[in-house]
Design a protein around this ligand. Structure first.
Ligand SMILES: C=CC1=C(C)c2cc3[nH]c(cc4nc(cc5[nH]c(cc1n2)c(C)c5CCC(=O)O)C(CCC(=O)O)=C4C)c(C)c3C=C
Ligand SMILES: [Fe+2]
Ligand SMILES: [Fe+2]
Length: 363
């Protein structure tokens, strides 16, 4: 808050995530919500709604098969709620109750979850936040790297929902944290024991695998790929392994458009040809869901076997690892303490996300 504004007494922290179907019947409407988002399908209506109807109908069957491996639903909400509880514990709910230095001094806080494409969506969460009556709202995406398709889309949906319910408290968005120390250390901690095991089968190659994006979106200024590259470099450096062999790659391609590469499956095949053990590190996801538990654990493991990869390991996501949650708590504390419209990750320097309109700052 600036000198002219009182220090906040009650802060609502809203965790953004994508959301996932909570039952087989929810798969198609979840997909419709995703493809009807103008940040994903960049067409005017009524064409976008038409396309969303067609694609969600076509994609529903393979997607339902994916979620069938997970008991017919996505575990993303439970995992996000566990992260919300861990962050709440770290921040403390009452003034002075936070764990150690991560607490919000003299400030009461409550952590909420808002999903973009399935429940609880922004409208539901914004009503709960309004009832809590905070004097500051901090929006914290569970996407370390900024993309117009994720963080910006969630921020826009939030703003619309907040306006609809008349939530007028000042709001700050933590745009991105691709190289935040807690996130990087927690990921490196997850990799180390699996790297040691893989090294018994040859010199491992680490595949830093992120959700892909259509090339057109990156060409129009989305900083996601650039930030993913910074994340991979930072984790590789934190591992401190001499001559570490690593590569950046992209998974989860959908539809006929050209996507950024190299693709994770191409990298798995290359490792097979070269007889190299691999570790797949999901560096743009911070909890487990279909893309990690099915695409990496089942589909890529199978592909690796077929391709002749001598050893395959999926590195778990950071989840509620204390260094990661501490890092999130630090970001929230900085945001509460500092009302300038600067970037969570880059401080006073301009964040690359600002080139594509990172909506960091106050409303
Ligand atoms: C054109 C389509 C898509 C873009 C662009 C896209 C970007 C994007 N998505 C995530 C994170 C997640 N996506 C998840 C599932 C998912 N994503 C798409 C499509 C696009 N995503 C679809 C169709 C689906 C559903 C599953 C499927 O049909 O394959 C998920 C998992 C949800 C869950 O299982 O709970 C996440 C997480 C990021 C980070 C991103 C761009 C940066
Ligand atoms: Fe996606
Ligand atoms: Fe930013």
């Amino acid at each position: 808050m600036s000198a002219s504004q009182p220090h906040p007494r009650r802060v609502a922290v809203v965790l953004f995530n994508l959301g996932g179907p909570d039952a087989p019947e929810a798969v198609r409407p979840f997909l419709f919500n995703l493809f009807a988002d103008p940040a994903i399908i960049r067409l005017p209506n009524p064409f976008r709604f038409l396309v969303a109807s067609l694609i969600s109908k076509r994609r529903a069957k393979p997607a339902t098969e994916i979620y069938a491996h997970l008991g017919g639903k996505s575990p993303l909400l439970e995992n996000t709620q566990a992260q919300a509880a861990a962050l709440q514990e770290r921040l403390g709910s009452a003034p002075g109750s936070g764990a150690g230095s991560a607490g919000l001094d003299g400030v009461e806080s409550r952590v909420f979850v808002a999903m973009r494409y399935w429940h609880p969506m922004s409208a539901e969460t914004a009503s709960q936040v309004k009832a809590y009556d905070p004097d500051l709202v901090v929006l914290l995406p569970l996407y370390p790297q900024f993309s117009t398709t994720t963080t910006a889309s969630s921020a826009k949906a939030w703003r619309e929902a907040a306006d609809t319910v008349g939530l007028t408290a000042p709001t700050r968005l933590l745009c991105c944290y691709p190289t935040e120390a807690g996130f990087i250390d927690a990921t490196a901690d997850r990799i180390r024991p699996l790297y040691t095991a893989a090294a018994r089968h040859g010199t491992p190659r680490v595949l830093f695998s992120a959700h892909g994006l259509p090339k057109k979106i990156v060409a129009s200024g989305d900083p996601y790929q650039w930030q993913c590259e910074r994340t991979a470099e930072s984790i590789a450096a934190a591992l401190g392994i001499d001559d570490l062999d690593w590569v950046n790659c992209y998974q989860s391609r959908v539809g006929p458009m050209e996507w950024i590469g190299p693709s994770t499956d191409a990298e798995i095949r290359r490792a097979g040809q070269e007889g190299r053990p691999i570790l797949v590190v999901p560096m743009a996801f911070v909890s487990e869901h279909s893309e990690t538990l099915v695409e990496i654990e089942i589909e890529y493991r199978h592909l690796a076997k077929e391709a002749g990869v001598p050893h395959f390991a999926r590195v778990p996501t950071v989840g509620v690892a204390p260094p990661f949650i501490d890092g999130l708590a630090r970001l929230v504390r900085q945001s509460v303490a500092n009302d300038r419209p600067v970037c969570a990750q880059y401080g006073d320097r301009i964040c690359p996300a600002h080139f594509s309109g990172c909506p960091q700052g106050r409303r």
